[in-house]
Design a binder for this molecule. Sequence first.
Ligand SMILES: [Zn+2]
Length: 236
Amino acid sequence: MFAPRPAPDADRAWVRARLLAGAPHLAGDFQRIHARDLRRIGTLYDGRSFDGTLARTLGDTPLTYRVSGRMTRCLGLTYRHLQPLRFEIVVSSTLLFGNFDPADRGVQVVGLDARDRLDALLLVMEHELVHLAELLAFGDSDCAADRFAGIAHGLFGHREHTHRLITPRERAHARGIGVGARVAFEHRGQRHVGVVNRVGRRATVLVPDPKGARYSDGVCYAKFYVPPDALTPADP
Ligand SMILES: [Zn+2]
């Protein structure tokens, strides 16, 4: 079903060219992306790299695509929802749009260099489609396992199952804003100083407040959700 193919780069270039012919807004470091763009990519890869097996095996089972601004660590995820059965592929816009600034370090996705945002998108879609293929063929899928690695390498030349994009957490950390850091920020015209408790798309900052909830250190804190960019390191 998934016989190795000779030239994954050629397939990727083919998908890229066909995709851009129908969706020119995805060129290079694109600025917007829709679920229907993901569907276009899925359909092109199914035809080119899977010989149409995905659509044939899905039959009437729905496959939906979603762009998520909430995923800050995973670039893509593939779900199998039950009752009723449907599959869903989700791609993180936060990670796509949070990378490929000219000043940033280079990034890799699945062990291959991603030259631009579209490269990263195609590579993660390849990865998620292998998840889908495994789920359809075997009922389970684990990208840390040998079977997945064999398929992803044979079909697409992937070398790893992870991405090395810059996450909001890494970006905040580079500015001295990791978990436990003392930070200052402004909220409704007032300056607050607190401690970072968690870093995602937003950082959770705990500010001492007698009216807040009591934490394990015995102190009461009010909780603020602040974009990491709006935090500045505060003196201890
Ligand atoms: Zn995976």
